[in-house]
Ligand binder design. Sequence first.
Ligand SMILES: *[C@@H]1O[C@H](CO)[C@@H](O)[C@H](O)[C@H]1NC(C)=O
Ligand SMILES: *[C@@H]1O[C@H](CO)[C@@H](O)[C@H](O)[C@H]1NC(C)=O
Ligand SMILES: *[C@@H]1O[C@H](CO)[C@@H](O)[C@H](O)[C@H]1NC(C)=O
Ligand SMILES: *[C@@H]1O[C@H](CO)[C@@H](O)[C@H](O)[C@H]1NC(C)=O
Ligand SMILES: *[C@@H]1O[C@H](CO)[C@@H](O)[C@H](O)[C@H]1NC(C)=O
Ligand SMILES: *[C@@H]1O[C@H](CO)[C@@H](O)[C@H](O)[C@H]1NC(C)=O
Ligand SMILES: *[C@@H]1O[C@H](CO)[C@@H](O)[C@H](O)[C@H]1NC(C)=O
Ligand SMILES: *[C@@H]1O[C@H](CO)[C@@H](O)[C@H](O)[C@H]1NC(C)=O
Ligand SMILES: *[C@@H]1O[C@H](CO)[C@@H](O)[C@H](O)[C@H]1NC(C)=O
Ligand SMILES: *[C@@H]1O[C@H](CO)[C@@H](O)[C@H](O)[C@H]1NC(C)=O
Ligand SMILES: *[C@@H]1O[C@H](CO)[C@@H](O)[C@H](O)[C@H]1NC(C)=O
Length: 507
Amino acid sequence: MLAQSFWALLVLLSFPLIRSQTTQLSLSFDTPVTLIGNNFSTSASNPVLFSLPSSSQITISLALCASASSNPPRVFVSSSGSVILGPSNADGQNLSQVTLNGLGLGNFTLQFPAAGGGGGGGILAVYGGTQSDSLEIGVSQGETPLHAPLADLPFFGDSTADQAILFSPAFLPPEPAPEPTFPNYTLPQANTALPVPPSPSSSPNLTLFFAPLDTGLTSLPQTACAIRARGVPTESGNNSQSPRVLAEQPWLRDAEGWRREWLVGPLQPLTNYSVYVIQDGTRLSRPLFFTTKSTNFSCPLVHALPYCPTTAYSVPLPQPHDGALLYDASNLPDNLTSPLLSYLTNFTTSLLTNACGRDSYSPLRTCADCQAAYRHWLCAVSLPRCAEFPQAAPTTAVPQQDGQATLGAPQIPPPALAPQPSGMPWRNAALGNASEDYAVLLPCIETCNAADRACPVSLGFRCPRAETTGPQSYGVGFIDSANGDVMGGGATHSAQDQWGNVFCNGS
Ligand SMILES: *[C@@H]1O[C@H](CO)[C@@H](O)[C@H](O)[C@H]1NC(C)=O
Ligand SMILES: *[C@@H]1O[C@H](CO)[C@@H](O)[C@H](O)[C@H]1NC(C)=O
Ligand SMILES: *[C@@H]1O[C@H](CO)[C@@H](O)[C@H](O)[C@H]1NC(C)=O
Ligand SMILES: *[C@@H]1O[C@H](CO)[C@@H](O)[C@H](O)[C@H]1NC(C)=O
Ligand SMILES: *[C@@H]1O[C@H](CO)[C@@H](O)[C@H](O)[C@H]1NC(C)=O
Ligand SMILES: *[C@@H]1O[C@H](CO)[C@@H](O)[C@H](O)[C@H]1NC(C)=O
Ligand SMILES: *[C@@H]1O[C@H](CO)[C@@H](O)[C@H](O)[C@H]1NC(C)=O
Ligand SMILES: *[C@@H]1O[C@H](CO)[C@@H](O)[C@H](O)[C@H]1NC(C)=O
Ligand SMILES: *[C@@H]1O[C@H](CO)[C@@H](O)[C@H](O)[C@H]1NC(C)=O
Ligand SMILES: *[C@@H]1O[C@H](CO)[C@@H](O)[C@H](O)[C@H]1NC(C)=O
Ligand SMILES: *[C@@H]1O[C@H](CO)[C@@H](O)[C@H](O)[C@H]1NC(C)=O
């Protein structure tokens, strides 16, 4: 008690000193400031002071950019600039410490009830910190801290031995398509046009960081500035040896919205990579993991098909010609795309003979929903997805059994892999006979059931029963339960997970 009041007195006495010795810096909205090494004050009575910008409500946001030293920086804020600053009186007088969580992030919202223009006058003080510390301080209006973690994970498309397709979290919902109405009920063409990408001004700045697991990208602190300091920036570059972004574009892969898509390489085979996305320099996603295939893996990647927007995976095709890195709509063989588009066109024609837009065949589903679900299914079955049997496991197919929903949570079920031996005809006749031994990751049966549910019975679209013939051609029991009754009641609830496991094709 005595010591405390002594300290308070000391702070009181030294206050004029603080004002005269410390250059008071200003923090502005949305422009973070980083304190490093010599920026930190060596004297406990002489904190680094910042004046806060004025607004009725501001949110302070902190991020550690390096692991904390034995004398880590401590940050205090006050809504009143006249308050005497010092760690000892943090409990009183509107002075609050902004604490950091386990990841190295902290935030604090200050209200200025009587702000009125010139109001504000808040102060931020940083005590402690050593040569090895690094702290980023940001201020924003409103309640969202500048370092707020991204809510959604990046998305893994697929990998080969030395390339991968990765997506950012969705950042902008798609323009709602105008609902077609009777009597002019029209549906998108089979070969739809590319949707117009969002303007750069409505897109956040998304940066990809990835590295093999053993490089320690996943160690603490988990903040954007720490990842940036540790990770190799993966912007497009010229060094042919270092892994980097080979190509990127905005892509609308599904109804969740626009994402940034990255093709990365060259990667090391059979390696577990950790992936982060940083939005606008300060907001970090959670980590996503993926593994590359072995050097034996021969299937190239296919992506950016306007008529199959979710396709971004390896397909059993020869390597693309003319130095192309992968397949897209411009070089995918005609004998593959023509039947696909013809099926879709013919299906759409039959669909439109139904009472689209009139006596709805379902109160919930429209012909447009049916066409979209059929398109998704058709792409998944027409473009088989290559995979590899796990290295250590037996090389026989491990079909998933019924009742996988009862598996305990920690158990990871084997993926829905099927062998496609050399010389055997593919299910899609357009692919001819397999030119070598392949392993195929079967489509999730939910892609079929979704089309079955969305489409009029009269079209005769049917899916195999999950309990009987389903597992021969589909991944069963991963998303929905194996008996198909429980939506989302499957063993994994999803086609793939954050840790790099891909169970079936068709998310
Ligand atoms: C921190 O120190 C560096 C040089 O070491 C300097 O350039 C920078 O302006 C300082 N930052 C602050 C906020 O004082
Ligand atoms: C603390 O802030 C409130 C308004 O936020 C103000 O009314 C009060 O006077 C302040 N107290 C001190 C000790 O500055
Ligand atoms: C802000 O900090 C609080 C704890 O003080 C924490 O619960 C919350 O998740 C943080 N918000 C964000 C967006 O980081
Ligand atoms: C029918 O709708 C399409 C697009 O919704 C439009 O382009 C076309 O002009 C319309 N046709 C008639 C006859 O209204
Ligand atoms: C890559 O190298 C080529 C020629 O070597 C050069 O023209 C180009 O500007 C370089 N690109 C980058 C991003 O450095
Ligand atoms: C996007 O962010 C990166 C790193 O955070 C930065 O280097 C780059 O200049 C930013 N680009 C734009 C257009 O703001
Ligand atoms: C690659 O294929 C060969 C021959 O099929 C096999 O012996 C070898 O184990 C495979 N290597 C890997 C890493 O799968
Ligand atoms: C689509 O319909 C046309 C005309 O009826 C037919 O010639 C064609 O073979 C059909 N396409 C497929 C893939 O069945
Ligand atoms: C498809 O076309 C490619 C060349 O574009 C050819 O190599 C391949 O054999 C064809 N496949 C079939 C099944 O006709
Ligand atoms: C493809 O396989 C089928 C069945 O094994 C066989 O009858 C046919 O001759 C094969 N075609 C080619 C071009 O090898
Ligand atoms: C990749 O590494 C992560 C983190 O250690 C781990 O949880 C995950 O299971 C690994 N993924 C694979 C496919 O081995």
